[in-house]
Write a new protein. Structure first.
Length: 262
């Protein structure tokens, strides 16, 4: 169950974003997009990690290892981080993405973790579903854990929660078929989409975590969204400080999930 404190944080963060957007003089209305996108009478546009020059999203088969950090002794734990721009590291320098931060924290904790970053900016759950099997096929071996972090761009497009649920379910089914443990990093809907949409959307991750008996971090931006000191200038993506805070909170959940795979 998602606590009331988390819900209050989400609502506050979303409302701060909407206040900022209402004050913009430009007709181009920037919507909250975990893919760092602009919706202006056109399709979703993915962005790369550059903070200066936008570029097309990387190919959907992109699978890049996190920047190397000294690994402790012990058996390697291979983790696939599969998601959108929050994993890809939009607006951050190389080595500052969430998978990089998670790998570094795990190694500092004595876990010989190698995290492969398969984040693609702009991905919806449907786009993720299309490339999920390919990403798994291109791993050097079966991963010990897959982190799945999608859903923010579904909110941007106001995709039916039923469709998002179906796409997430398909990926969990594929992982289960291959015998690969999964951890979900969830997303939550903004209050302006109404209680019906929010209730259906927000229930997806806890429902699926329970159904498939997988680990869950309920809201990936918990404690970060709405805090200007932890967000980039776009107010929707975490800066290095925000990434560090997310990693500090997510790492213990990963360690527990990895413990169950031993």
């Amino acid at each position: 169950m998602i606590g009331h404190g988390v819900v209050r944080t989400v609502s506050h963060g979303w409302l701060e974003i909407f206040k900022l957007e209402r004050n913009r003089k430009s007709r181009r209305r920037t919507l909250y997009g975990v893919g760092a996108v602009l919706l202006q009478a056109g399709p979703l546009i993915g962005c790369d990690r550059s903070t200066t020059t936008p570029a097309p999203s990387p190919p959907t088969n992109a699978v890049a290892p996190a920047v190397a950090t000294p690994a402790p002794k012990g058996p390697q734990k291979l983790i696939l981080a599969f998601g959108d721009s929050l994993y890809a590291g939009y607006g951050l320098d190389r080595g500052q993405s969430l998978p990089d931060a998670l790998q570094a924290r795990l190694r500092r904790d004595g876990v010989n973790a190698t995290i492969v970053n398969a984040g693609v900016s702009g991905d919806t759950s449907a786009a993720g579903r299309q490339r999920f099997a390919f990403a798994l096929d291109n791993m050097t071996r079966k991963p010990d854990l897959v982190l799945i972090g999608l859903g923010g761009n579904d909110v941007l497009r106001q995709i039916s929660p039923a469709e998002t649920r179906a796409n997430m379910t398909a990926m969990l089914d594929e992982a289960k078929r291959r015998g690969i443990p999964v951890m979900l990093t969830g997303m939550m809907a903004p209050p302006n989409l109404g209680p019906d949409f929010a209730n259906q959307f927000n229930a997806i991750w806890p429902d699926l975590a329970k159904r498939y008996d997988v680990a869950l971090y309920p809201f990936i931006l918990d404690g970060v969204i709405g805090n200007a000191q932890l967000m980039q200038a776009d107010h929707v993506h975490p800066n290095p400080g925000g990434v560090a805070k997310i990693a500090a909170k997510v790492t213990p959940v990963i360690e527990t999930a990895l413990g169950k795979t031993d």
